[in-house]
Design a protein around this ligand. Structure first.
Ligand code: ADP
Ligand code: ZN
Length: 750
């Protein structure tokens, strides 16, 4: 028998062993194959050949080999295997992330394009005619070579391919219409938004190759260039204060590496929120750069994937999943804003894009550059112990000063102005000044909605989500007030009187971005004000349009959540107001202090990036908290020291490794019972010091989408053994697999 191990995109499944019948060639590692699984036939990916596979004699035959060569490059296959192993996920889940886009997406329309997709009949996996089919798919019978070729291409793209992509392969509309007639394919017209960077004012920025670098930039670029030239695996942390010109360094380093015939991967937290970086790369490298952003249709992404795979692309700019881009010879990986939490995927496989990038760097022998003004504790610690090189930029370009930060103690403000104050007198005055001088203002509040709670003044009943243990957030809708759950999207009208005691004394408390926007409009009626949060940018293109309007000076004030704090470069912003610096501090999460520090430092860093001096005003109830104090002083080193000591005292990462296991149940009792069983078995496996289990305990978010949640933690220094213990316990309790979420190196433990 010729055995191969195949990953299929089915949750929780490990590698499956199949036999390659004599009539088929032996597929390459990374090639796609059609394999039977239960009553279905699925497309999987070959991960391993012969030798080390446990030779089950009952291995079923592969039905078909779809690729003559590797579809996924070997390093990407290896990377996906590492992800599955390290994050305790199914290898099929991990391979699915590395494959070109599958899921169909709805988009609003600028123009439409014709999408052709294969039918179940065309795939040969229609359950209704299963029995008659046997193992062999009938779909190539009686088809012309062109038709078969089209079917093959379509089978690889479950969401369909644009007609233009098929035409590129020499498949005409005529061929397609015959397939449709046979019931093997269907055609639909899909909305397709044009590249937002082509419409956006932000695309007008141009890289200036003749620009004189500052001495600090020169030194940093020299250090990194030497590393890149060595063409071997190394990680460097580029720690540069906001406005120190990191992007310029990325551009020149990327250019240098491309010239040696190797490719560059630039990872950003979110394309739309880091437009300056993406647009600069597009401007500098033109069509040699592929930008993977959410406005691309699946068809376009698929085409881009093929171009990358063929080696037609030198630079890929993308978000976390771009770490699996099929670039053949990667020489440089840049992870911009490496501390950003959006690098972590919060569904299986729960990987961290930065950490996977480092593993990819080691597989490729590439230089990995992690850039940030506020590095994660993990990365800075690695630099401190010499595992990473540390390259620093301590000053802003052209000796522009950092923004001066003023703290407003809101306790004093409430005492004199009453409890309903949202915008302090100091902040009002400062905004007024900017409006008169025609400068711009950013106002941050990391909480969306109008009010954050509703309660009855008579009986004290509060308005909670029926499915989750959180209070509902009030939003202003066209036809009145709506209360919405930010976790499960449950939504209801806000009644006039209490549901419990019928008293008409319902009161709204707390405030979010919508109320701040309202207060600003009331206070500054002639100012042009925009709001950026997940609610205001739901419509496709809305975010890019708001940001470019602000960049073009068509708005004076932009209110928003952390979305406005990221890497934007708006030179006319001279004031940043933080409405409540305390939003994240109350969370029962050991990273709360770090998040607050990062957010405040980043948002203060948005002020004074142009010629005029910048200022930030931070409103808080805890002016003495170290995260707030040190962010205002923009003192990363002091913050690191303080936070590190706290993590050490509490035995939290990065001093130990952490695995979080969430067990869900119909009742709290069920979940606790199952959690206790997990702990009992874990304790049976990990019997030595250096590792410990904690829990089960109800999670801070005790109920979510109707299920109760309890947590179990494993802390320790021996990661591999910790993972093995979890795997062993899950293998013993297969009935639990669907009720348990394993999060290795969790970023949030709510
Ligand atoms: P960071 O990412 O470190 O916050 P940026 O790369 O966005 O900083 O640079 C901040 C601003 O300084 C940008 O407007 C950029 O165009 C400008 N800049 C960068 N390098 C130089 C330089 N050597 N001379 C003048 N301006 C520069
Ligand atoms: Zn809910």
């Amino acid at each position: 028998m010729r055995l191969v191990a195949v990953a299929v995109p089915v949750p929780f499944l490990d590698l499956l062993t199949y036999n390659v019948p004599d009539r088929l060639e032996l597929p390459a590692i990374g090639a796609r194959v059609r394999v039977p699984l239960g009553s279905r036939t699925l497309t999987g990916c070959v991960i391993e050949h012969g030798a080390s596979i446990d030779a089950g004699t009952d291995a079923k035959d592969i039905v078909e080999v779809l690729d003559h060569e590797a579809f996924l490059p070997a390093t990407v296959v290896a990377l996906a295997r590492w992800v599955a192993e390290y994050y305790v996920a199914g290898v099929g889940d991990a391979i699915a992330v590395a494959m070109p886009p599958g899921a169909a997406r709805r988009a609003s329309s600028y123009k439409t394009q014709r999408i052709v997709s294969i039918t179940a009949h065309g795939l040969g996996s229609d359950p209704s005619d299963e029995g008659t089919q046997g193992a062999e798919s009938p779909r190539h019978r009686g088809l012309t070579p062109k038709q078969s070729q089209a079917i093959e291409a379509l089978a690889a793209a479950p969401a369909g391919l644009p007609m233009s992509a098929l035409r590129e392969r020499g498949i005409t509309a005529d061929v397609v219409s015959r397939l449709v007639k046979h019931g093997l394919a269907t055609i639909r017209d899909e909305a397709d938004e044009r590249d937002p960077f082509e419409r956006s004012a932000l695309a007008t920025v141009a890289a200036d190759p003749d620009r004189q670098l500052t001495p600090e930039q020169v030194a940093a670029l020299d250090a990194l260039s030497a590393r890149a030239d060595a063409a071997e695996f190394r990680v460097a942390l580029l720690h540069g204060v906001t406005g120190s010109g990191k992007t310029e360094i990325y551009l020149r380093l990327a250019d240098r590496v491309c010239r040696t015939g190797r490719q560059v991967l630039l990872m950003v937290p979110e394309i739309a929120l880091t437009p300056s970086v993406a647009a600069l790369f597009r401007a500098a490298f033109g069509t040699r750069v592929a930008i993977q952003h959410s406005a691309l249709s699946d068809g376009e992404r698929h085409d881009q994937w093929q171009r990358i795979r063929r080696g037609d692309i030198d630079i890929v700019v993308g978000t976390r999943s771009a770490v699996f881009a099929p670039l053949p010879r990667v020489g440089l990986i840049i992870v911009d804003e490496e501390h950003d939490t959006s690098y972590k995927q919060e569904e299986s496989p729960r990987y961290h894009g930065r950490d996977v990038a480092i593993v990819r760097g080691s597989l490729e022998g590439a230089l990995v550059v992690l850039g940030s003004a506020t590095p994660s504790l993990e990365s800075f610690q690695n630099a401190a112990i010499g595992k990473y090189d540390l390259v620093s930029l301590e000053r802003r370009v052209l000796d522009r000063p950092m923004a001066a930060v003023r703290i407003v103690n809101m306790r004093d403000e409430y005492a004199t102005e009453g409890p309903d104050v949202v915008i302090s007198r100091e902040l009002v005055t400062a905004i007024e000044e900017r409006l008169t001088r025609e400068e711009q203002v950013l106002v941050l509040l990391n909480r969306r909605g109008y009010s954050t709670a509703v309660f009855c003044r008579q009986c004290g009943d509060s308005f909670e989500c029926p499915n989750c243990s959180v209070s509902l957030t009030v939003h202003r809708a066209r036809n009145g007030w709506k209360a919405r759950c930010h976790y499960c999207n449950y939504s209801t009208d806000v009644p006039k009187s209490c549901r419990k005691c019928a008293a008409p004394y319902l009161e709204q408390t707390g405030f979010g971005t919508e109320k701040v926007e309202q207060h600003l409009r009331d206070r500054f009626p002639s100012a042009r004000i925009g709001r950026v949060d997940r609610d205001s940018v739901r419509r496709k293109g809305a975010l890019t349009s708001l940001l470019s309007k602000f960049a073009a000076g068509e708005l004076d004030v932009l209110v928003g959540t952390q979305m406005i704090a990221k890497g934007h470069d708006f030179p006319r912003v001279t004031l940043v107001g933080v409405i409540s610096a305390d939003v994240g501090l109350g969370l029962a999460d050991f990273r709360a202090g770090e998040r607050t520090f990062q957010l405040l430092t980043q948002v203060a860093g948005r002020a004074g990036r142009g010629e005029r001096k910048g200022e930030a005003i931070v409103q808080t109830l805890y002016p003495e908290h170290y995260s707030i104090q040190l962010a205002c002083q923009q003192d990363y080193a002091a913050f690191f020291e303080r936070e590190f000591a706290y993590r050490k005292g509490m035995r939290y990462p990065p001093l130990v490794a952490l695995i979080n296991i969430v067990v869900r149940g119909k009742s709290l009792g069920d979940a606790m019972h199952a959690g206790a069983e997990v702990v009992r078995r874990l304790d049976g496996v990990i019997a030595h010091a250096g590792m410990m289990t904690l829990g089960p305990a109800p999670a801070p978010l005790g109920r979510l989408r109707g299920e109760h949640r309890v947590q179990v933690f494993i802390k320790g220094t021996r990661r591999a053994e910790m993972r093995q213990a979890v795997k062993a316990v899950l293998a013993e309790m297969p009935e639990l697999r669907r009720k348990v979420t394993v999060d290795v190196d969790p970023l949030s433990v709510l």
